[in-house]
Design a protein. Structure first.
Ligand SMILES: [Zn+2]
Length: 352
């Protein structure tokens, strides 16, 4: 029995990671033309930060191939890399990765909004709100999940959901959209309904996967922009393509590509909106790479791509950063994930 278990533990992961899978896109979506870079001296009144959870360069290029060699993400004029290591590990998780992006400090794996010494750090959302801007989050997993939570909670565990939910109620966001209705009491939901201008918990737990979600994410991003643009002082919006990570953890290649394409369509909504609102900084990045994905084949003309995962977990590679709008030029080169928040603050002209 022991031997069978041992054999299974060796063979099953090998089997899962040695099969490459084909994804063929039926109909490509049309990406939005590149935005023109404004004069460097202009300040970003609005900031849209879009995080593809687990979205490495490989996930982006898989989506690019399947969308016949064109994406909104790859149309952004400035590109760089973000180093994802956290304070405790070479390979981070979404809590420490989200904290690095949100708060600009390296964190311990599994912890939210705390630096390595355990000191709470304010997130970009808090700092933007203090500067008089409206704030919002739109995600496809629960709104209490690690990435969004890094923008409003301080907790030694990403799994202290009740405390995280209470922190969201007190966060003062103007827009809250995602899954996680089951994480809140009726009273908490009532409070959020009253304090926000757009509030939707679309599922008890996570929103459905991309193949069942339709246009939910692109539509919610458009709704969020419509609400937030009413603030003359500008706004900060964080959008997460949360389930890219989940499908890559499951080594489900077609769904990983579909999630990345869905996220790209949401990026297209922002790019289109930016044509009328050029005083907006858009930063698209990831917290880490999931699945150790590699691309083994494909056909750009046919929209086909062949991918293979090497792990069910995260991998340690640096992830891409794409930027457009005022201050975008600062995001070029290889940077620590903790450098993103100060650069976003500088572009928006706000203090920590
Ligand atoms: Zn993950």
């Amino acid at each position: 029995m022991k031997r069978i278990l041992l054999l299974a533990s060796v063979v099953l992961p090998w089997y899962a990671s040695s099969c490459s899978e084909l994804y063929a896109r039926e109909r490509a979506h049309e990406p939005v033309a590149p935005v023109e870079q404004p004069a460097a001296a202009r300040k970003a009144r609005n900031v849209v930060l879009m995080i593809g959870d687990g979205m490495g360069a490989e996930h982006v290029w898989a989506a690019w191939l399947s969308n016949k060699g064109a994406l909104n993400i790859t149309n952004l004029p400035v590109t760089g890399f973000s180093i994802t290591t956290c304070a405790s590990h070479a390979i981070t998780d979404s809590a420490a990765g989200g904290t690095a992006i949100a708060c600009g400090c390296k964190a311990i794996k599994g912890q939210l909004g705390l630096d390595a010494a355990g000191t709470p750090n304010d997130s970009l959302a808090v700092q933007m709100r203090r500067a008089g801007k409206s704030t919002g989050i739109v995600v496809t997993k629960t709104v209490t999940d690690a990435t969004p939570a890094a923008f409003y909670a301080h907790n030694t565990s990403r799994y202290n959901t009740a405390a995280i939910a209470e922190a969201l109620v007190g966060a003062g966001f103007d827009v809250v959209a995602g899954g996680g209705a089951g994480d809140f009491t009726a009273e908490q939901k009532e409070k959020l309904q009253k304090s926000t201008r757009l509030f939707e918990l679309a599922a008890e737990k996570h929103c459905p996967p991309a193949s069942e979600r339709g246009d939910w994410l692109p539509e919610r991003v458009k709704m969020a922009l419509d609400v937030l643009e009413q603030d003359a002082d500008g706004f900060f919006l964080m959008v997460e393509g949360s389930r890219i990570d989940e499908s890559a953890h499951a080594n489900d290649f077609p769904e990983t590509v579909r999630e990345t394409l869905d996220f790209d369509r949401a990026v297209g909504v922002v790019l289109k909106w930016m044509k009328k609102h050029p005083d907006t900084l858009l930063v698209v990045t990831a917290d880490h790479q999931t699945g150790g994905l590699s691309l083994l084949g494909g056909n750009k003309e046919k929209g086909e791509v062949q991918g293979k995962f090497s792990t069910f977990h995260h991998s340690g590679v640096a992830v891409p950063v794409y930027a457009a709008g005022p201050g975008a030029e600062c995001f070029t080169g290889v940077q620590e994930n903790t450098a993103l928040a100060p650069k976003i603050r500088a572009a928006a002209g706000i203090k920590p």
